[in-house]
Design a protein around this ligand. Structure first.
Ligand code: FES
Length: 77
């Protein structure tokens, strides 16, 4: 399923980019172009990034955005 329809970026591709160190919407845009078109997907990208280290203490240092179900996300340290 696409998270970013403008650039056909899937949730798995976002997860892979996060594992590569893309912890911001800007970094995801640089890595996969996600969010750099119409911007409508940016809230979804931000929600996924909330699962990513260092944003989610519950996910730890190797986040899996495909399995993170931490709602609400623990506050960053
Ligand atoms: S849907 Fe992601 S930039 Fe348009």
């Amino acid at each position: 399923m696409y998270v970013c329809h403008c650039y056909a970026v899937t949730r798995r591709q976002v997860s892979d980019a996060v594992r590569g160190g893309a912890f911001t919407v800007e970094a995801l845009a640089a890595a996969r172009a996600a969010g750099s078109g119409c911007s409508r997907c940016q809230p979804s990208l931000e929600a996924l990034l909330a699962c990513a280290a260092p944003n989610c203490r519950a996910c730890g240092p190797a986040p899996s955005l495909l399995s993170c179900d931490h709602r609400p996300h623990p506050a960053p340290a």
